[in-house]
Structures are given as structure tokens and as C-alpha cells.
Design a protein around this ligand. Structure first.
Ligand SMILES: C[S@@+](CC[C@H](N)C(=O)[O-])C[C@H]1O[C@@H](n2cnc3c(N)ncnc32)[C@H](O)[C@@H]1O
Ligand SMILES: [Zn+2]
Length: 185
């Protein structure tokens, strides 16, 4: 590869990352310390219901790479407690690894009473408000975690209807059953 070709290749990458960086910016929210966990994302103005608040950007990866990375990230989390899993399902073939510093949306915490939801629009993952959100409120969404390993993910969202674990709302009846069985045992 010639020097010019290398420069052109590098410039292409810079343009690509600049585009991703621009897409990840939002005037509607900012990062602050969270009472739920670590850092969280907070509204910087009143946000009406069904507004696109911020895009969840990252690297598109196939399911095989995704599974390996998820295990690596999870192992780091188990060992040091300082890493989290930032992989987001896009479709049947592709996921998005949002573990890049400019992806502010990666810091949105889970809640059992979320005020946002992730919508897949084409090949974009967008965080939309589910209801009116007040300036200063923490943004949250349902992580959609499976009930299978619920004990690994205790929930500290602090909402009145918190079920105690980060589990998708669709599986709350199953979670209740499992927790009751465990208590009886
Ligand atoms: C993608 S990160 C979110 C940002 C995170 N607060 C941080 O500072 O890195 C996901 C991790 O945050 C934590 N988390 C998010 N929502 C939570 C909740 N409701 N209760 C307890 N921990 C939560 C869990 O450790 C989860 O694996
Ligand atoms: Zn909760």
C-alpha cells in the first residue's frame, strides 16, 4: 500500500468515527453520578413523550463475536466489578457493541419503571421517551434481561414497583414464581 493509500484509508476511518461521534451527541441529556449505579444519563431539559432522546451507537458485530465479547466483558465485571456489558441486540444477525467512550447512551441504567425505550429504526438504535420526562430526571429503560440468570443482576432502581432483579417485564410472572420457589426451599 502506498503512503497516499494509507493516508486515504486513515482519513476514511476518521470520517467514519466523526459521523458516529456526531450521531451520538444529544442536547437533551448529560452524564452524571447516579443513585441507581455508577454513572447515569440525566435529562437536561423537559422532554415530551415519544421524543428521540439519543442514539445508541457503536460497532456492528455478528452474533459469534458478540457472544465472545459479552463473556469477556462479563468476566472482567466479575473479576474487577468495574466493567459492564454494553452489547445491544440489533437484529437476528447483528448486535451493536456500544463500548466506545462517545456513546453516552451506554450509561443509561435499567429501571423496573422506565421512562425510555430503545427502538430499532432500520440499522439505528434510538432511545425514545415513553412519557413526559422532567429536566433533571434520570433516563432509564428496560434492559430486557432474561429471567434465567436473574440472581446475577440485582436491581437497585428504587422505583415503587421494583421487582428486585434486572429482568424484562415480560418475564416478571416467571420471576415471581422462581423467587417464591427459592424462598420455600
Ligand atoms: C451499561 S452499564 C450502565 C452504566 C453504569 N451505571 C456505569 O456506570 O457503567 C450497565 C450496568 O450498570 C449497572 N446497572 C444498571 N442499571 C442498574 C440497576 N437498576 N440496578 C443495579 N445496577 C444497575 C449494572 O451493573 C449493569 O451491568
Ligand atoms: Zn428495579
Amino acid at each position: 500500500m502506498t503512503r497516499n493509500q494509507k493516508l486515504e484509508r486513515d482519513a476514511k476511518w476518521v470520517r467514519r468515527f466523526k459521523k458516529l461521534y456526531d450521531r451520538a451527541q444529544s442536547d437533551l441529556c448529560e452524564v452524571q453520578g447516579s443513585e441507581i449505579h455508577g454513572r447515569g444519563v440525566y435529562a437536561t431539559q423537559d422532554i415530551p413523550k415519544e421524543t428521540e432522546v439519543i442514539e445508541y451507537v457503536g460497532e456492528p458485530i455478528n452474533k459469534e463475536i458478540s457472544e465472545n465479547r459479552a463473556w469477556d466483558q462479563y468476566a472482567r465485571h466479575e473479576e474487577h466489578g468495574d466493567a459492564a456489558v454494553y452489547i445491544f441486540t440489533l437484529d437476528e444477525k447483528w448486535d451493536i457493541d456500544g463500548n466506545v467512550p462517545w456513546n453516552t447512551a451506554r450509561l443509561i441504567n435499567h429501571s423496573c419503571d422506565p421512562n425510555c425505550e430503545a427502538w430499532i429504526i432500520g440499522r439505528r438504535i434510538c432511545i425514545y421517551s415513553l412519557r413526559d420526562i422532567k429536566n433533571g430526571e434520570e433516563l432509564t429503560f428496560d434492559y430486557g434481561f432474561d429471567v434465567e440468570c436473574y440472581e446475577d443482576h440485582p436491581c437497585r432502581c428504587g422505583s415503587e414497583n421494583c421487582v428486585g432483579y434486572i429482568v424484562t417485564q415480560e418475564q416478571w410472572p416467571e420471576l415471581e414464581k422462581r423467587v417464591a420457589e427459592k424462598e420455600e426451599a
